[in-house]
Design a protein around this ligand. Structure first.
Ligand code: GLU
Length: 310
């Protein structure tokens, strides 16, 4: 049976949203809404040091201001697959981790600082370190006591090609052993890693398509591998070209004039949506428009692969 079209927006509440975040939110919303689907808001606050409740509150407020109301999710947790806040989903991740451990595929790693970034989605500009298997105890299945603390936990990856078709970037392939190595699924401080949580959540929330920035294209093969191990069907992946500043860098919190705080001062919601639609290439002009109006003629193929300079 076909699953209902379901998309999601999964921001990390580490600050106020900026133009790049709302471009992703708008396109993921349009992609499902133009086909009568539903849209979920999930708060990705796995990193206790970087996440703040007040940022999550502002994210919801900014989305509402734009007219992008989630059908499911958010802090209030509207919907059946909740909670929709990752810090409240530890039991679910524990169960998924248990499945990987039962299959003999995880092992403890005591390499120093091996895991600090694992709770965050690894954006391309963060660079990438390939783990060489220093702590791997031979070949799987491993029989490790997962109650041991003070160490990170890594997932064994095989030396084989993972091939997938992205809606915008076409055919992609990756070999996890060569491209990233065994990756962290749980940090030494017991925080869950982004890769494990995002797969568990998208699968259990019934997400059928993931629309997000193309710097996460690199994570997709890791996630497809996890879908297979956990027995879930992967969604369709649609990675978007990035919005860059005039120096050619991906927009970040440093580009303060593009933060929602200034944007809400300088624009109306319709003017801002019109501006993003023109930037994204889905509208011929930047005239003010609502998200609903754009949904009527939305075509993801118009976005193309070229990064956009704002
Ligand atoms: N929480 C991630 C971020 O804000 C997004 C993860 C995803 O869309 O898969 O970078």
């Amino acid at each position: 049976m076909d699953r209902p079209i379901t998309g999601r927006f999964a921001p990390s509440p580490s600050g106020r949203m900026h133009l790049g975040n709302i471009y992703t939110a708008l396109l993921s919303w349009l992609s499902v809404k133009s086909r009568g689907g539903r849209w979920i808001l999930r708060i990705e606050d796995l990193d206790p040091q970087r996440s703040r409740h007040e940022h999550a509150v502002m994210i919801e407020d900014d989305l509402r201001w734009l007219g992008l109301e989630p059908d499911e999710g958010g802090l209030e947790g509207k919907g059946e697959a909740g909670p929709y806040v990752q810090s409240l989903r530890g039991d679910i991740y524990e169960a998924m981790f248990g499945r990987l451990a039962d299959a003999g595929l995880v092992y403890p790693c005591r390499c120093r600082r091996a895991d600090t970034l694992a709770t965050q989605a690894p954006h391309q500009s963060d660079g990438r370190i390939v783990y060489r298997g220093t702590c791997r105890p031979g070949t799987p299945p491993f029989s490790c006591d997962t109650a041991v603390s003070g160490c990170a936990w890594r997932l064994y990856v095989p030396d084989c090609e993972i091939v997938f078709d992205d809606v915008i970037y076409g055919r992609n392939s990756a070999n996890l052993a060569r491209d990233c190595g065994d990756f962290v699924v749980r940090r030494a401080d017991r925080a869950w890693a982004y890769q494990l949580a995002v797969v568990a959540d998208d699968a259990l929330m019934g997400v059928t398509e993931v629309v997000r920035g193309c710097d996460l294209l690199l994570s997709t093969a890791q996630q497809i591998y996890l879908y297979g191990l956990l027995g879930f069907e992967p969604p369709v992946f649609c990675h978007l070209p990035l919005l860059c500043n005039s120096a050619g860098q991906r927009l970040s919190k440093r580009d303060s004039s593009l933060s929602m705080e200034s944007l809400r001062r300088d624009y109306t919601p319709e003017k801002l949506i019109g501006h993003i639609a023109a930037l994204a290439g889905i509208s011929d002009s930047d005239r003010p428009v609502t998200a609903d109006e754009l949904a009527a003629t939305f075509d993801i193929n118009k976005v193309g692969r070229k990064d956009k300079t704002v």
